[in-house]
Design a binder for this molecule. Structure first.
Ligand SMILES: NC(=O)c1ccc[n+]([C@@H]2O[C@H](COP(=O)([O-])OP(=O)(O)OC[C@H]3O[C@@H](n4cnc5c(N)ncnc54)[C@H](O)[C@@H]3O)[C@@H](O)[C@H]2O)c1
Length: 322
């Protein structure tokens, strides 16, 4: 097994996340073959690639690697043929993933590592029908995969330690930051945190105390700006002032018992869903998804460039330049 950037990558599923993986590897120089039965897959991938090229041109104006070749196929075996690494990004359905991962496992030489993009399904379940379960790891990325460096690695009961090591070096070879989730837990680390924020947001909409737009402003006008520089713990250490973390904990810790937050998610009733969708439509106005992606990407490129200048955090993990 080799942990260098694979010359050829096989992708299973080419939607939002599979498209992001395709751009991440292809724009770093790997040849990528995507298996996706969607007749619109080629058009959607071309649009993701257009935005990814635009973003990477902002990040590396003078020195981008020669792109690999992108192919879209409708047979699994054609996507896996000659692949040195495989990433699965199927819809989040356990049965489907188990079935297709077992089929891919039967077609691939045993040394090829398979990463799964699942947002929270357990790898022990995903590898349960594989003949070579040791080669599977969760490799959970963040959207847009072609810009954000974080990828959470989580092995199942039968995953080999070597697989985690190899997958780490493969993801690093395309500029990513692997975070090893050492315990197999539902939702891994980042989605547990994100779900807590999301659940509270849904409660506030359900209770009619804030709109989609107000909640988003509460994030991106304040705490969201800090999160690209420091995580919750370093931010709260600083917030404790000279008295430090112990002081911060004693000042704000008791509020955790009040509690401000609600642990049970609200029921996703039709009324709540309609309220969210209507408010989200009003918030987005005329902007298309591709335009919103460009707005997001322009901001991320600016932030990543600033972090690169500071030699800090995510600025140390960028898609490769030439
Ligand atoms: N969207 C996100 O922000 C995000 C972030 C991290 C991880 N994930 C995870 O990534 C995975 C994919 O999510 P997504 O958002 O890209 O979903 P998506 O619906 O955009 O894409 C899924 C793709 O899989 C294709 N597909 C369906 N059945 C297939 C089959 N049998 N064989 C091959 N392809 C098939 C679909 O045509 C579609 O293009 C999920 O496991 C999800 O949890 C999503």
């Amino acid at each position: 097994m080799s942990g260098e950037r694979p010359a050829r990558v096989g992708l299973i599923g080419g939607g939002v996340i599979g498209g992001g993986w395709a751009a991440r590897f292809c724009l770093a120089g790997s040849d990528v073959t995507v298996f996706d039965p969607d007749p619109e897959a080629e058009r959607k991938l071309a649009e993701v690639f257009a935005n990814a090229r635009r973003a990477l041109a902002g990040l590396h104006p003078d020195s981008r690697p020669a792109e690999g070749q992108l192919r879209v196929v409708t047979r699994l075996e054609d996507a896996l043929d000659g692949a040195g690494f495989v990433q699965e990004s199927l819809p989040e359905q356990e049965d489907l993933k188990i079935r297709v991962l077992a089929a891919a496992d039967a077609l691939l030489p045993p040394e090829v590592v398979i990463g799964s993009s699942t947002s929270g399904l357990l790898p022990t379940r995903l590898q349960s029908a594989m003949k070579h379960p040791e080669r599977l790891t969760v490799g959970h990325p963040f959207n847009p995969v072609y810009l954000l460096p974080l990828v959470e690695l989580c092995g199942g009961e039968k995953t080999a330690a070597e697989t985690i090591g190899l997958a780490s070096t493969i993801y690093e070879s395309v500029g990513m930051h692997p975070l090893h989730v050492r315990h197999e837990i539902d939702g891994f680390i980042a989605d547990r945190l994100l779900e807590a924020v999301w659940r509270e947001a849904l409660h506030m909409i359900n209770d009619g105390v804030a709109t989609v737009e107000e909640i988003d402003r509460a994030i991106h006008m304040g705490p969201g700006l800090r999160w690209s520089l420091m995580g919750t713990f370093l931010i709260y250490r600083v917030a404790g002032g000279e008295a430090g973390m112990r002081h911060f904990m004693s000042q704000f810790g008791p509020a955790l018992k009040l509690p401000w937050t609600k642990l049970e998610a609200p029921e996703l009733t039709d009324e709540l869903l309609n309220r969210i969708v209507d408010q989200s439509d009003a918030q987005a106005g005329e902007a298309s998804i591709r335009e919103l992606e460009q707005l997001r990407d322009d901001g991320l490129v600016a932030i990543l460039s600033a972090l690169r200048d500071m030699d800090h955090g995510a600025g140390r993990y960028l898609p490769p330049s030439a």
